[in-house]
Ligand binder design. Structure first.
Ligand code: HXC
Ligand code: NAP
Length: 293
């Protein structure tokens, strides 16, 4: 949950209505809370009505914003149509859509059934497409501007083993972001994405760092800055990118991961494990080499 004052100025999102999919838990709830603190009207969605109702009440209580919880499975066309309708009835129209809902779990890919692959692709890729198409078509028809912000991951670009359905789906979302950023700019609809590194949430940790792996995987050790992300750091970025202050940013993906993916990519980065005194020996050994043999 976003616990401190947002980076942006007070009322920076006043008068805007923002729809946050998966807004009842985790990072979606934190970003939604930040939007509400900045004066936006909120619509939060997810499948579990009781989770949404309680998050909506909590956010409204904290921020005094208007928060509409709408249960909606992003895989269902009729649920998404109902989401657009409910948003219009309550607030007139949406100004921004944060596609954040996702499903994921770790598994060796050869253990996955077709259904296991599909369940993730359907939520992450098709769910994002369903919401984007529904709100996008309305914006186009009514000639109103819109902003779409998609939450992807760093492995949308790099790929990653053991989360292959998620990697394929997030890569698709990134491709959609860049494609529609160009195609729908003529309608005044902007698209951007955020690629977060590890940010602790129950939803992600239960599925990606389950109990038997807890002692074997250290997220912190993978990250040059030595820590996982704070929800408010992501929320501040998400507020900027959904706001009109970022009006000239279109088709961009912003990584917020403490340098994690680059650490994995740089060929010699593992040399940080070399103890300081050993560098004297290494240097002498290298300097001792003459010629190219
Ligand atoms: C192998 C699995 C499996 C597992 C499910 N399946 N879990 N296969 N290993 N651990 C298979 C099932 O056997 C079934 O196939 C198929 O997947 C569908 O499973 P269901 O249980 O019927 O589906 P459902 O209950 O809808 O579950 C969907 C879910 C669930 C995605 C699996 O976890 C969910 O609802 N998650 C939502 C929240 C979430 O995942 N949050 C994390 C986002 S984190 P068969 O063929 O057997 O019927 C994230 C972070 C990225 O994205 C980067 C982090 C750094
Ligand atoms: P989370 O709390 O599990 O969030 C997932 C949300 O999606 C839940 O609110 C869930 O609500 C909703 N959802 C799942 N399936 C849905 C469906 N079919 N229809 C509608 N809503 C659905 O996990 P999180 O960590 O906050 O993840 C949020 C986003 O950040 C995801 O896009 C994830 O890929 C991304 N991300 C997270 C991390 C991280 O380290 N946490 C890193 C990179 C990217 P219901 O279950 O009630 O439907």
């Amino acid at each position: 949950m976003h616990s401190q004052a947002p980076m942006m100025r007070e009322n920076a999102l006043k008068g805007k209505t923002i729809v946050v999919t998966g807004g009842g838990t985790g990072l979606g709830k934190s970003m939604a809370t930040c939007y509400a603190k900045l004066g936006a009207n909120l619509v939060i969605t997810g499948r579990r009505k009781e989770v949404l109702d309680s998050a909506a009440a909590e956010i409204a209580d904290l921020t005094k914003a208007e928060v509409l919880p709408v249960s909606c499975d992003v895989r269902s066309e009729s649920d998404v149509e109902n989401l657009v309708r409910a948003t219009g009835e309550k607030f007139g129209k949406a100004d921004g859509l944060l596609n954040n809902a996702a499903g994921n779990f770790i598994s060796p890919t050869e253990r996955l059934s077709t259904k296991a692959f599909s369940v993730i692709i359907d939520i992450v890729l098709k769910g994002t497409i369903n919401c984007t198409m529904a709100f996008g078509k309305q914006w186009i028809e009514n000639k109103t501007p819109g902003t779409v912000l998609n939450i992807v991951t760093t492995y949308a670009s790099t790929g990653s083993g053991y989360v292959v359905p998620s990697a394929c789906a997030k890569a698709g979302v990134l491709a959609m972001t860049r494609s529609l950023a160009v195609e729908w700019a003529k309608y005044n609809i902007r698209f951007n994405a955020i690629a977060p590194g590890p940010f602790p949430t129950k939803g992600a940790w239960d599925r990606l760092v389950p109990e038997p792996l807890k002692d074997k995987i250290s997220m912190e050790r993978r990250i040059p800055l030595g820590r996982t992300g704070r929800h408010e750091e992501l929320a501040d970025l998400a507020a900027y990118l959904i706001s009109d202050y970022s009006a000239y940013i279109n088709g961009e993906v912003v990584t917020i991961d403490g340098g994690e993916w680059l650490k994995g990519a740089g060929q010699f980065n593992q040399l940080e494990a070399v103890p300081e005194p050993m560098w004297d020996v290494i240097e002498q050994t290298i300097r001792g080499k003459k010629g190219g043999n």
